[in-house]
Design a protein around this ligand. Structure first.
Ligand code: UDP
Length: 249
């Protein structure tokens, strides 16, 4: 493959930086040490989080790709916190997969924390990054509504919604197998998808302790961003511990 080199910064998000490259078909995605919660209300820096997240995410994307999930991952980037990815048009959905009822699921329905679901439970939220309407903050969206919204015309019909749902549930099964072997219970996670110029829908963004709830099977300790959200102390421990187990496997 041609040599791909990063050029200019085109987007600095809450946790990731996106660079253009010498090829119009590829981007370089860099995970940063920035951490935030509550839609940016709480912010900090966690040293080496960017490297850990990128290494964990890259390992997971390669694992998923080898099990039939199409992803944006191409190869390592110019530094240990970055990777080269295929350039896709992002679909403004956050696709959540849950194995247990926790977090916003319990808040929304007022139910008790900890119920285990029989099969991966998939739901969608509408990623609404409009600074003029911050109150919307990623509302849940019904499967039938998705193809009706003009921002979501990228998802042309309910068949494509079903494909995204299928990929998400399959990613869930594969990730649970992956993490059980590392002594970690995967509670829930969030995915984002994009569309290539060819029309293919692929898995994009990241899968890391920032986007998953991960509990140590032996100790019950949180090894993810909940350490930051809930002030559980030593935020970097979760990222370092997951990275160590992923590298040691
Ligand atoms: N999640 C995420 N980004 C978001 C919202 C959720 O990565 O903007 C992840 C979160 O880390 C968890 C899962 O999706 O692993 C489910 O989160 P939930 O909907 O329960 O929301 P939360 O309680 O995190 O606000």
């Amino acid at each position: 493959m041609e040599q791909i080199t990063r050029t200019t910064l085109i987007h600095a998000g809450k946790a990731n930086n996106v660079y253009a490259t010498t090829s119009p078909d590829y981007l370089e995605l860099e995970s940063s040490d920035r951490i935030s919660a509550g839609n940016g209300a709480k912010k900090d820096i966690v040293s080496n989080k960017g490297i850990a997240n990128n290494q964990i995410s890259s390992a997971l994307f390669q694992y998923l790709e080898s099990h039939g999930i199409p992803t944006h991952y191409v190869c390592e980037g110019s530094n240990p916190a970055s990777k080269i990815v295929k350039k896709a048009t992002m679909i403004p959905l956050e696709v959540i997969c849950r194995f247990y009822a926790v977090g916003s699921f319990c808040k929304r329905y007022g139910c008790e924390k900890g119920k285990k679901f029989d099969t991966p439970f998939v739901e969608f939220t509408f990623k609404h990054d409009n600074p003029d309407a911050p109150a919307l903050s990623d509302p849940p969206i019904d499967r039938k509504t998705i193809p009706l919204l003009s921002e979501l015309t990228l998802v042309s019909d309910e068949r494509e919604v079903a494909l995204i749902e299928y990929y998400t549930a399959r990613v869930g099964e594969l990730m649970r197998e992956f993490y059980i072997k590392l002594g970690v219970n995967l509670i829930d996670f969030k995915l984002e998808f994009g569309r290539l110029p060819s029309g293919e829908i692929i898995l994009c963004d990241e899968i890391s302790p920032d986007t998953c709830r991960l509990i140590d099977l032996k100790t019950g300790e949180s090894l993810d961003k909940d350490r930051f959200r809930e002030d559980l102390g030593d935020v970097s421990k979760g990222y370092e511990e997951i990275l160590k187990r992923v590298c040691d496997q």
